[in-house]
Design a protein. Structure first.
Length: 96
């Protein structure tokens, strides 16, 4: 399953998101959800242990003025084409 976080961690049920993740799942953070990918986030370790891969949409980082060096190494920056490939790969998707 592909989990898509579009809201900030402050407007999402992050605990439920983390609980819902499995080792077969991928997570992508987009829109305001990119805040979740910033280093030193208290939830990052739990997400890393519960997912296959984690992605962040590069364009949304740029729009919000977040530098790529401020992103945790557990997130792979991807562009829109990479996002489309992820959605094609995962038949099931859940938006948070």
């Amino acid at each position: 399953m592909l989990h898509i976080l579009i809201n900030t961690p402050f407007k999402s049920d992050i605990r439920l998101l983390i609980k819902s993740l499995t080792k077969r799942d991928d997570l992508i953070v987009i829109q305001d959800g990119v805040i979740f990918s910033i280093k030193q986030n208290i939830f990052l370790k739990k997400v890393f242990l519960n997912t296959r891969k984690n992605y962040v949409l590069l364009n949304d980082l740029i729009i919000r003025g977040i530098n790529i060096t401020d992103i945790s190494k557990i997130f792979i920056p991807i562009n829109y084409q990479g996002f489309v490939k992820l959605t094609e790969h995962h038949k099931n998707q859940l938006i948070w």
